[in-house]
Design a protein around this ligand. Sequence first.
Ligand SMILES: *[C@@H]1O[C@H](CO)[C@@H](O)[C@H](O)[C@H]1NC(C)=O
Length: 397
Amino acid sequence: MTRNRQTEASGIVRLFIMDLSPGALILCFLLCSVAGQAPVISVEPRAATVRQGESVSLRCQVKTGAQPIQLEWTRANNNPLPDNSKIGPDGSVLTIANARPANQGQYRCMASNSAGSSTARAALNVKYAPKVRLTPAGPLRVRIGDPVSVECRATGRPNPKLTWKRQGSTLQLVTTETNNVNTIQWAVVRPEDSGVYICQAENNEGVTEGKVEITVEGGPGAPVASVSSTEMTAVEGQSVTIECQASGSPPPVITWSKLRAPLPWKHTVVGGALTLTSVGRQDSGQYICNATNIHGYSEAYTQMEVETPPYATCLPDQVRLKPGDALRLQCLAHGSHPIQFAWSRAGRASLPAGAEATNDGRLLIARVKLGDSGTYKCVATNHFGSSEALAKVVIRA
Ligand SMILES: *[C@@H]1O[C@H](CO)[C@@H](O)[C@H](O)[C@H]1NC(C)=O
């Protein structure tokens, strides 16, 4: 499009030069000089300040220059124009509706024609009320004597001023500030430091607050929980009791839970002791005693393992083969480890010659014979009992 017009324009110029009448020469002088001139532009306003949510228009004005002139708006940082901006039909007006903080920056208008191009810039400032972020966000539970620090970061234009206060007090706390991060900190926290702390960020556009609750635990009277044993084993079907004792003032309330699982439904809690009736394999895990009072809480853990006798199965439990085939049987067993496996053949004193049994429960005969037919038995044994499983092997020519 641009290219076509350009050739058209130079065509007209040539036409006038060929016709040497004086009037045409004057016309040529005018046209030719304009035709050779790059655009001269300006942007109005050169700098604009708006509040977040307001709208603003920037106009790119052409002072002189040979037509046709093409106008293009871009961001000075080469980012794309924001999606809340629009360019008017003739390309000269850039409008930003509902301005956002991120719209702040330089905008550039570029005008080009056949003779060259030129640019002009406008700076946009977007003012907005502060936004506050606290790290960590809290609520914080800290142990007496530990160090604590909370950072308050704020954005806003103009740059907000940051202050920390304790809720219920108007006193400004002494804090350290570097690069718009204002940090409240204690090298050694005391029980009386418990409370809600407020970081306030203020600029001309508004005031914003961030709050963090800090609870200092472990003062005199804080609970200390302990369990009768930290590791226990029980055999499937038994009942198990885990005692939890807790000191503290006022006397703490004891609750029991299981790590990453609900407590077994067959449980009772009496005076802090947890009893599990007729435990099963799935009851293995970590049990947590939690002692809580107004000064804090304390957790004590018991790891409980439920031991189970084996339960064996054969894979496959039936197989048909031809003489010369390979026989492969696997004995699988659930139950507490270690588990030992033993293969035998029903009604026979020993396994066929050439049979190979492995520690992990496999039985292998590389080339079976007709006489290897029969019932094979796997016995799985651990410290708590044993279990057997059968596999029927039929060999036919
Ligand atoms: C123990 O109790 C405290 C306070 O109620 C709670 O924050 C904590 O998560 C509890 N712990 C467990 C393991 O349930």
